[in-house]
Write a protein that binds this ligand. Structure first.
Ligand code: DMJ
Length: 464
């Protein structure tokens, strides 16, 4: 008799466990959204406790790291627009107050112009967009003025570094993303301040890249900012070029500058013609020689997963869907994506995963633009995997190697700005609170309302 009771209890326990597992996987999007907000808040509290005033949280040792000799407050500036979207107002007020009262950019440090543009300038502009605090706009303008000396080169392409105090710039070779990812932020700033000089500098740099396309209509990937000569003739959409293409289309959409729209159209046609290839029944975008169009490498980076989003946004839903399948396959082959992967050898050549957002961003765009629940499910799966492998006591940690899932003591600022935001937007999508069609995101996921920017007015203020 005791044995029967014991067996009965066991069966009850097992069926309860199965039920839990089931409800676990069948969690409703609103529950997932709540969880993302809780996790964002928990991680933000950890940043505040262990890294306040510094650039980056180190989640394993519960400490901090700065990018340069002096901190630039990059995590909070990057986190602001996400915290704002999630309604964490006490936190956004705290950041805004710190930026206005205590943040001083007059620092004798050489800042990497590409990174500080998308994170600091982009973040401050988003803070202004959402708060309309003129002191925040002053900070953004002050920061951009410190960036501008970098653009003072023979080609107009900015140098790699600029000293925020002295304006002395250095670093003559930059990649295409570092050359041409400025029109969006600088365009916003020109619009807000009615001073065209920001957009003009950014556009000149973008045109300098376009002018140097090969006869096939392709850019290389590394260029000398003074001579305008290509240092590398490898043409691709991977890390090092990615956001150049992204900004051609997004800045065109935001400000209506037809030059950028035309360059986007011409460029994307060549990308599909020369760079796309089928391998093992999947669509890939590898690397070709800009002069011959010959495929030279099958090495791709996880950053390239931004491309389905921009393809979908531009109306090319079929290609976007096919490419997203490729990325989904790669993620699920490892449980997280490797930073660099060779699709012909099937090997990750740099196996890290740094909590990057791109595949999640593309699933979000496709969920909105197709309504297909499969993309919601993708982001549920990506979130489950991130929690499984990256969640720590002190926040979330990057992964050193997706084959072993060994964690590393670093949480990039874009985890706040992008990854958590795109997850939240996906899981709240069906509540209809956020109007995707009236927003554009900079490459760091800071969001801006399209209807706040009028094309005829932009033409005047940006001077195109
Ligand atoms: C972000 O800093 C930006 O999205 C950038 O354009 C490249 N990717 C990282 C995050 O992966």
């Amino acid at each position: 008799m005791r044995q029967i009771v014991f067996l009965f209890l066991m069966v009850l326990m097992v069926s309860n466990c199965q039920k839990k597992e089931k409800t676990g996987t069948l969690q409703q999007p609103q529950d997932m959204a709540r969880e993302v907000v809780e996790e964002t808040f928990r991680t933000w509290q950890s940043y505040r406790q262990y890294a306040w005033g510094h650039d980056v949280l180190r989640p394993l040792t519960k400490s901090y790291q700065d990018w340069y000799a002096e901190p630039l407050y990059i995590s909070p500036i990057d986190a602001y627009s996400t915290l704002h979207l999630m309604g964490l107002t006490e936190e956004t007020r705290r950041i805004e107050k710190y930026v206005v009262d205590s943040l001083d950019f007059d620092k004798d440090i050489d800042a990497k112009i590409f990174e500080v543009n998308i994170r600091i300038l982009g973040g401050l502009l988003a803070m202004y967009e959402h708060s309309r605090n003129e002191q925040v706009l002053d900070k953004a303008r002050n920061f951009a003025n410190r960036m501008l000396p970098a653009f003072d080169t023979k080609t107009g392409i900015p140098k790699y570094w600029v000293n925020l105090k002295t304006g002395k710039a250095r670093g003559d070779t930059v990649n295409v993303a570092e050359a041409g990812t400025y029109t969006f932020e600088m365009g916003l700033l020109s619009y807000y301040t009615k001073d065209a000089k920001y957009y003009q500098a950014a556009k000149r740099a973008t045109l300098a890249i376009y002018k140097r396309y090969s006869g096939l209509g392709l850019p290389g990937d590394v260029i000398d900012v003074e001579s305008g000569e290509w240092v590398s003739s490898s043409s691709h959409i991977c890390a090092g070029v990615d956001s150049y293409y992204e900004y051609l289309y997004k800045s065109f959409l935001m400000f209506g500058d037809p030059d950028l729209g035309q360059i986007w159209e011409k460029s994307v046609a060549k990308i599909h013609q020369y760079i796309a290839e089928e391998h093992d029944g999947k669509l890939w975008y590898g690397r070709v020689d800009m002069h011959t169009g010959k495929h030279i490498s099958a090495s791709i980076t996880l950053y390239d997963a931004f491309f389905p989003a921009i393809l979908a946004l531009s109306g090319d839903i079929d290609r976007a869907k096919r490419l997203q399948e490729t990325w989904n396959w790669l993620w699920n082959s490892f449980g997280l994506e490797p930073m660099v992967y060779n699709y012909k050898t099937g090997q990750p050549t740099y196996p890290a995963y740094d909590l990057n957002p791109e595949i999640i961003e593309s699933a979000y765009y496709l969920y909105h633009l197709t309504g297909d629940k499969k993309y919601l499910k993708m982001n549920i799966k990506f979130w489950e995997d991130i929690k499984k492998y990256c969640k720590t006591d002190g926040g979330f940690a990057s992964i050193e190697d997706v084959r072993t899932m060994k964690q590393k003591d670093y949480m990039p600022t874009f985890f706040f700005a992008e990854t958590l935001k795109y997850l939240y937007l996906t899981f709240t999508h069906d509540q209809g609170k956020f109007d995707f069609d009236d927003h554009l995101f900079n490459t760091e996921a800071h969001h801006f309302k399209k209807s706040n920017f009028d094309y005829p007015e932009a033409k005047i203020r940006l001077g195109y």
